[in-house]
Design a protein around this ligand. Sequence first.
Ligand SMILES: [Zn+2]
Ligand SMILES: [Zn+2]
Length: 154
Amino acid sequence: MDIQMTFPLDHDGFLRRECPHCVRQFKWHHGPASQEAEQQSAPAAYHCPLCGQPAAMGSWWTQKQLDYAQGITVPAAVREIEQELRDGFRTASSKHVSFEFKGGFDTPEVPTPLTEPDDMTIVASPCHSYEPVKVPEDTSGPYHCLVCGQAFAV
Ligand SMILES: [Zn+2]
Ligand SMILES: [Zn+2]
């Protein structure tokens, strides 16, 4: 099954993320933010800028992103299963007995693509300034470096 899924970035190229520990949202830059960032190998874990807890790269999806992913995946899976059933019934039919596959599954609607507002404020840690993050305007820090978790004030 080949499913195309893209998540929107804001105009500065940031992707919305949700911390699995404190469940607050921030954004990190999608892809290398600079030439210096390009030369660094991607760390195994990132640290939440708001609470400093580390988590693996794949555990930062927001609930909206997960819902969207499921909304894309489920209809595609249903269509695939339905097609397989139809093919199965066709081959099961013979001269004397015929099976017919009537009706169909209720295919859920594909969700409308997510949009990303240009909210939040860019902050960069002094130790790993090539990995800037965006934090909600109503927070005041100290923040934690995405790469190493070091606390810093802005
Ligand atoms: Zn957190
Ligand atoms: Zn750092």
